[in-house]
Design a protein around this ligand. Structure first.
Ligand SMILES: Cc1cc2nc3c(=O)[nH]c(=O)nc-3n(C[C@H](O)[C@H](O)[C@H](O)COP(=O)(O)OP(=O)(O)OC[C@H]3O[C@@H](n4cnc5c(N)ncnc54)[C@H](O)[C@@H]3O)c2cc1C
Length: 291
């Protein structure tokens, strides 16, 4: 495997690298856990050129920042950093759980949040949590302009994003929802064909906000590996809003699970059949309300 590499250290150098290097041979590299496989498989007449983000020092790319408005995570934040961050643990527990399910400890040390989104796998664990949290992508262009896009619009198909050739993902932003006395109920449920180092066959990420009376005030839900992209499940979330969590019985739980499944368009592949994926999705969705 042969490739050239440019390693910018500042955002200015990165913009210059993006502006000067365009075309099908150019790739962006962060933790390389996905890219290395892509580079190995390339049947390219030209030698690939990698713009390596790994040495960037700009905190906009590397830090987790909490303000009153919300939490911003740089694209180069690794799964390992997400897991140990106190504000993520308390405010975005679904993201913390999803990051802890990604690959192995070694992999989590390298794998970045930006890489997980930009690789646009329907099975992306961090992607599922961030879709449930209604994250917005902050995208930097070679001319220095920044545009924002809902993550659901960023993920356009299997391994396809809305990124243009002269753009990189700088960060994601999760706005704070202003509610009084809220407490969170969340989980990331991942079903695979084995227990460790497994890509999801089906995943479900959810974070509910409950008030002091246990009424669900907001429900962010995402499903993975059952459609070409990770999907936000809005109708099933809206169905829960206004209901008291502990009063949701069998009938409502069944209806909720059916509504989640209505959003799924799974395929059969080497790892699972479409039928199996639907059954599992139904059962894990319904299981949220098992007492
Ligand atoms: C053994 C193994 C197990 C795995 N297990 C899991 C798992 O359980 N769950 C899971 O979700 N994933 C898993 N993965 C996939 C992978 O580890 C993750 O998707 C990881 O988050 C990718 O991040 P990275 O920094 O390594 O990305 P890279 O490999 O560096 O890049 C991935 C893609 O994103 C692009 N890219 C990266 N950063 C940017 C940016 N800031 N702007 C624009 N483009 C960018 C690259 O060009 C490339 O196309 C696994 C991979 C391996 C090899």
């Amino acid at each position: 495997m042969n490739f050239e590499m440019i390693t910018p250290r500042t955002t200015g150098e990165l913009l210059q690298a993006l502006a000067n290097n365009q075309g099908s041979r150019v790739r962006i590299g962060a933790g390389y856990t996905d890219l290395i496989l892509e580079l190995k498989g390339l049947k390219c007449e030209e030698t690939p050129l990698v713009i390596n983000l790994a040495d960037l020092t700009d905190p906009k790319f590397t830090h987790i920042e909490k303000t009153d408005a919300g939490i911003r995570l740089g694209a180069l934040v690794t799964a390992g950093k997400v897991i140990i961050d106190a504000s993520i643990q308390t405010e975005l527990p679904v993201l913390c759980k999803a990051a802890s399910e990604l690959g192995s400890r070694q992999l989590r040390h390298r794998a970045t949040l930006g890489g997980n989104l930009c690789t646009a796998s329907p099975a992306g664990d961090i992607a599922a949590a961030l879709v449930a949290l209604e994250a917005r992508c902050e995208i930097l262009s070679a001319d220095g302009t920044l545009r924002t896009l809902a993550l659901t619009d960023f993920l356009v198909g299997v391994r396809k994003t809305a990124l243009r050739q002269d753009e990189v993902l700088q960060s994601v932003f999760i706005p704070t929802r202003k509610s009084i006395n809220k407490h969170l109920l969340s989980d990331f449920l991942k079903v695979g064909t084995r227990r460790s180092m497994e890509i999801a066959v089906v995943s479900l990420a959810y974070q509910f906000e409950l008030d002091a009376e246990e009424i669900i005030r907001h429900a962010g839900i995402a499903i993975g590996s059952v459609a070409p992209t990770v999907k936000f499940v809005s109708a099933a979330g809206e169905f829960l809003v206004g209901k008291k969590f502990s009063s949701i019985g069998a009938v409502a739980a069944d209806k909720f699970a059916a509504m989640v499944c209505a959003e799924a368009t799974p395929i059969s592949d080497i790892r699972a059949s479409a039928w199996y994926r639907r059954e599992v999705l139904y059962n894990i969705s319904r299981g949220i309300f098992d007492k």
